[in-house]
Design a protein around this ligand. Sequence first.
Ligand code: ADP
Ligand code: ADP
Length: 235
Amino acid sequence: TPLVELTGVSKYYGNIRALEGVSLEVRAGEITCVLGDNGAGKSTLIKIVAGLHRHDAGTFRVEGEEVVLANPRDALDRGIATVYQDLAVVPLMPVWRNFFLGSEPTKGRGPLRRLDAERMRTTTREALLRMGIDLRDVDQPIGTLSGGERQCVAIARAVHFGAKVLVLDEPTAALGVKQSGVVLKYVAAARDQGLGVVLITHNPHHAYLVGDRFVLLKRGTMAASHTKGSVTLDE
Ligand code: ADP
Ligand code: ADP
């Protein structure tokens, strides 16, 4: 069973057609790439999978069960983590605080105990190391990291908190060749940990470097859909 399966999904904003009849699947240990130019419907697709928008038609299944996600919390509860391009981080907060942002228990609030803080620092360092990210200073404000490094931290965070599906919104859009390569390496590391990854990109080269499945959107419709190696001359 795919982790996520969209079948014939449509979405309208008033009478603007953002998506029509789009299908895709995301499997554990695979990367599904969604390609398309600006306005193709990539953001709309992400918002549906992330629980920010409801689809108007078609079916959305998570591990075989049909769902209608009402909000991002619903998506997270189903193991779907989304890393947006602008990243929901607080730039002046230390890396480790950002790592735990939104995951702290609401019970017994109050000043963070020093012991807890120390444990969170260690956990952050270890979670990053497990992904092969050697960031010694987790006390530095996350805003001092490069865009690529922030993407890597966000990917490690999703893996650490047990996401099954990782949705990445143009993670390499603002990056150069070298930084893009580093980020793609960690995208592949998340896949190797068994996550199903949705990689949204307008860069076909990046998609083909790591992708297993490819969906090309054009003005909200599916212009092409392929799996790795499925393109042959006698087709
Ligand atoms: P992409 O992310 O590929 O650039 P979008 O999903 O943002 O594409 O947009 C798909 C289409 O839907 C575009 O025509 C866009 O103008 C339109 N659209 C996106 N969001 C809204 C909105 N909130 N209201 C109206 N139209 C929208
Ligand atoms: P849901 O997808 O959860 O049913 P809506 O379809 O009402 O929610 O739209 C979600 C968001 O998309 C709204 O908050 C609004 O900003 C934007 N939106 C929806 N339809 C339009 C529209 N016709 N014009 C501009 N923005 C729209």
